[in-house]
Structure formats: structure tokens, C-alpha cells
Ligand binder design. Structure first.
Ligand code: SF4
Ligand code: SF4
Length: 346
């Protein structure tokens, strides 16, 4: 690992060099008064001062639709692994934490070659948050800063940018930054000050218990009235799932081509709040009512997924679901705090 410092002009030259020489660079850019991850065409378009992107960078590690295999009807099939080199520039710590969780989930028991092949080809340049969004609560979830997963981490300290290089992929990128100098004690102190500040300011909704208590809290509240109270207003639109960096549920569909001889198996995003998410053969829906779907989402974040990945809570506090929910019921902190009100922590 090395830590370097560059001026903002030098950093802009670095981004221009990446765009000119790397096959594909994606970075955060303005879209109206909001921000998106998209193909980066110029260094000037990059906005590392963004608050939060509409969709998380999940769409690059796990596309909304991907082909898993191609087949001949009644014949052979061929696995498709379509990863291409990609640089993802400007990933906030909470989104990095979400990608770290997905890396763990897709590489355990059922090793997912499609996800892992794509992921290996992605170089991540993370960046610390400059402008907190109105609904972020990463501090409550322990993701205001991040310590691993990225190849390079950028911290804007005002007049310059501190560049931490974590991996060989990051070291190679440093060839595009010839003017970088080793960070001084003063630079490192400024970076620590940013981290310290972000621990406080990225907390617009305060979770009133430690995240590690959530599995136990949920275990005690399966029949709590809050599920019905909130779900009464739910449109089952699935927006909270779509914007979430940690949601990874998918549907698999076989599509036969017009020639009726060949086809492909595709994986598409799904969402547990959608009415037919849990419909199985025979048209049986085992989560037919809204409250059971609403509850499932928060159990998945706070109990089921943590059970698979060493207790890590599958909500990183990005706040996107809060902004996306027109019924104003998706805020996980509100629900968990409501459960806390009537639960003896013991
Ligand atoms: S549940 Fe909401 S706040 Fe938590 S990670 Fe998902 S979108 Fe972000
Ligand atoms: S909780 Fe909100 S965003 Fe999620 S499905 Fe219901 S209405 Fe839509």
C-alpha cells in the first residue's frame, strides 16, 4: 500500500489520461440536479463532490440483465462470461461496502462464475464523501469510511487529493500520475480529519442501536404491528429494491429465439417488494400480502443476509430507498427504531 498526494490539476490530468488510454472508464456525473454513474467522456464531467448517485454502481458488477448461457434447443449449451476491463471511478465508501458484501455472497457456497469473472475485470477507484446527501446514514451502519475492496481510494482534502493505492491494479494506474508525491504527515492528518468528520456528518437518520443488535431485534419482532402499519401504504412498486446497492435478488428466464432452434438463459434483477416475487409453480404466492413482503425486505437486510456473511448488515445506509419511496415508508432506520421502542434489549 502507498499513499500519495496530487494537486487537483494533476488529478484532472490523471483522469484525462485514463480516458485516453483505458478501454472503458465509468465515473459519476451530473444529470440535472442529481448524479449518475455513466461512461466518462471528459475529465471535466467527473463530479467527485456528488452527494449520492440515483442508482448505485451495483449495475456494473451485476447488470440489470445479463446472458448466462446460450443453448440450442435439444442440443448443447455454452456458458457466457462477458466481463470486460472497466474502471469505476468515484465509488463512495457505503457503495464499496455493498460491493464487498456481494463479492462475499457470490464467491461462497454457490460460486458464481459470471459475477466473479466480471468483478475481477473491474478496477475500483473509491472516493470519500465530500457532500453528504439528505438521507444518508452510513455512520449508523459503520460504512462512512471503508478500509478494503478498492484498488485506489481518493480523499479530497481541499487544495489537493490524497491517493491511497491498495492493489497491483491500483499501482498500474499510478503510471498515469507521474507528478504524485508521497503523502506527508500533514496530508495524512488532513485525511484523518475528513474521515473523522464523515463519521459524524453522514448520519441524517440515527439508528438507536448498534447494527450488530438488528438480527436479535428482528428475531423478537416477527409479529410486530409495524409491518402492517407501514405496508398499508406500500405500492409494491419495487423502487426501494431497484435503488439499493445491497439488493441482489434475480430472476432467471430462458428465451427461445425466433428460429425456434437457439436461445439464451438470462438473469434479470428482481425485487422482493414486487407482488409476484414469491410466486412459484401452480401460481402459489407464498408472500401474497404486502406486509409479508415489506417485512421480508427488512429481515433480509437485518437478519438473513448477515447470517450468511459474518453478521454484516445488508443495509449500508446510502439512504437511496428513503428518497425513492413515494409512500415514505422505506426508511430502514425508522422501522428498526420503531421496533426498538417496544423491545427489551435485554
Ligand atoms: S436499504 Fe435503503 S439505505 Fe439501506 S442500503 Fe438499501 S437503499 Fe441504501
Ligand atoms: S416500500 Fe416504498 S419504494 Fe418500496 S415497494 Fe413499497 S412503496 Fe415502493
Amino acid at each position: 500500500m502507498s499513499v500519495n498526494t496530487v494537486s487537483k490539476d494533476q488529478f484532472k490530468q490523471f483522469v484525462a489520461a485514463l480516458i485516453a488510454s483505458e478501454p472503458s472508464v465509468v465515473g459519476v456525473q451530473a444529470k440535472g440536479d442529481r448524479f449518475v454513474f455513466d461512461d466518462l467522456k471528459s475529465a471535466d464531467a467527473l463530479r467527485l463532490d456528488y452527494d449520492v448517485s440515483i442508482l448505485s454502481p451495483r449495475k456494473y458488477v451485476m447488470p440489470q440483465k445479463e446472458t448466462l448461457l446460450k443453448f440450442e434447443v435439444g442440443g448443447d449449451c455454452q456458458s457466457v462470461q462477458d466481463g470486460k476491463p472497466l474502471i469505476l471511478l468515484g465509488v463512495h465508501p457505503y457503495d464499496m461496502a455493498a460491493i464487498n458484501q456481494m463479492d462475499e455472497l457470490f464467491s461462497q457456497d454457490e460460486y458464481d462464475t459470471h459475477y466473479m469473472c466480471r468483478r475481477r475485470q473491474i478496477t475500483i477507484i473509491a472516493c470519500d464523501v465530500v457532500s453528504p446527501s439528505k438521507n444518508v446514514f452510513a455512520s449508523s451502519m459503520g460504512t462512512a469510511t471503508v478500509q478494503h475492496g478498492y484498488d485506489m481510494l481518493l480523499t479530497d482534502v481541499g487544495e489537493s487529493i490524497i491517493v491511497e493505492v491498495r492493489t497491483d491494479k491500483g499501482r498500474v494506474l499510478m503510471n498515469h500520475m507521474p507528478a504524485a508525491r508521497p503523502a506527508s504527515e500533514d496530508d495524512l492528518a488532513k485525511r484523518s480529519a475528513v474521515w473523522e468528520k464523515n463519521q459524524h456528518v453522514l448520519n441524517k437518520h440515527v439508528l438507536e442501536c448498534k447494527p450488530s443488535y438488528l438480527p436479535k431485534l428482528l428475531e423478537k419482532n416477527y409479529d410486530h404491528p409495524v409491518w402492517e402499519e407501514k405496508a398499508r401504504l406500500c405500492y409494491s412498486c419495487g423502487s426501494c429494491n431497484q435503488v439499493c446497492p445491497t439488493c441482489y435478488c434475480f430472476d432467471v428466464q430462458d428465451v427461445v429465439n425466433w428460429d425456434m432452434k437457439t436461445g439464451s438463459r438470462v438473469r434479470v434483477w428482481d425485487g422482493c417488494l414486487l407482488e409476484n416475487f414469491a410466486t412459484v409453480a401452480g401460481d402459489h404466492n407464498f408472500r401474497k400480502n404486502r406486509s409479508s413482503r415489506f417485512r421480508h425486505r427488512l429481515y433480509r437486510k437485518g437478519k438473513y443476509v448477515p447470517g450468511k456473511i459474518g453478521g454484516q448488515i445488508a443495509c449500508v445506509g446510502c439512504g437511496r430507498c428513503i428518497t425513492a419511496c413515494t409512500a415514505d415508508i422505506a426508511n430502514p432506520v425508522n422501522v428498526y427504531n420503531q421496533l426498538m421502542e417496544r423491545t427489551d434489549i435485554g
